[in-house]
Design a protein around this ligand. Structure first.
Ligand code: ZN
Length: 177
């Protein structure tokens, strides 16, 4: 999940990484179950996140992600042996398909968010002024994640993810189309 990409955030310390993982773990657990949750006194209906039983299913979902954001450069998917975590680097997402958690939608969205950030596809020019936006898991990354969850799953999922980040003290920029 490191998401290194030369020239895009390289050299900026990725200080938020552990808190981002922790926030996304909470969000992912909630959308594993789906259904209604209490959200600050309101009832929120969560979607159930997708799980991919094989490589072809994960590849098909990734193709759908790329086509959902016109202008996004293609991204390759490959399996990663002997690794616990998924990883993104220079247009390639590597996932350990033998690990059941890796076949979840939340993981593919996370790695695809690295791709969008690295290729400046969703928010061209963003992250220039705010150094925290430049880090691999910084504010720009989190804004992309929240938007992906809202677009690809449901607005409620994006809302919950934003709340998980913010309750960990992590700022999330608001996107204006
Ligand atoms: Zn990552």
């Amino acid at each position: 999940m490191e998401g290194g990409f030369p020239g895009n955030g390289a050299g900026v310390r990725d200080v938020d990484r552990a808190l981002v993982y922790s926030a996304e773990d909470q969000w992912s657990a909630a959308i594993d179950r789906g259904g209604p949750i209490d959200f600050f006194g309101s009832r929120l209906q969560l979607p159930v996140q997708l799980r991919f039983g094989d490589f072809a299913a994960a590849q098909a979902y990734l193709d759908r992600l790329v086509s959902s954001y016109p202008g996004t450069p293609t991204v390759a998917l490959r399996t990663r042996r002997g690794a616990a975590r998924a990883h993104y680097s220079q247009g390639v997402i590597a996932i350990p398909m033998q690990a059941p958690w890796a076949c979840r939608e939340s993981v593919l969205l996370h790695e695809f968010a690295h791709h969008l950030k690295a290729t400046d596809s969703m928010s061209p020019g963003d992250g220039g002024a705010d150094p925290s936006g430049q880090a691999a898991h910084g504010a720009t990354f989190r804004g992309i994640m929240v938007r992906l969850a809202g677009d690809m799953q449901a607005p409620e999922s994006g809302l919950l993810l934003r709340s998980c980040y913010e309750s960990n003290g992590l700022a999330v920029p608001v996107y204006v189309d």
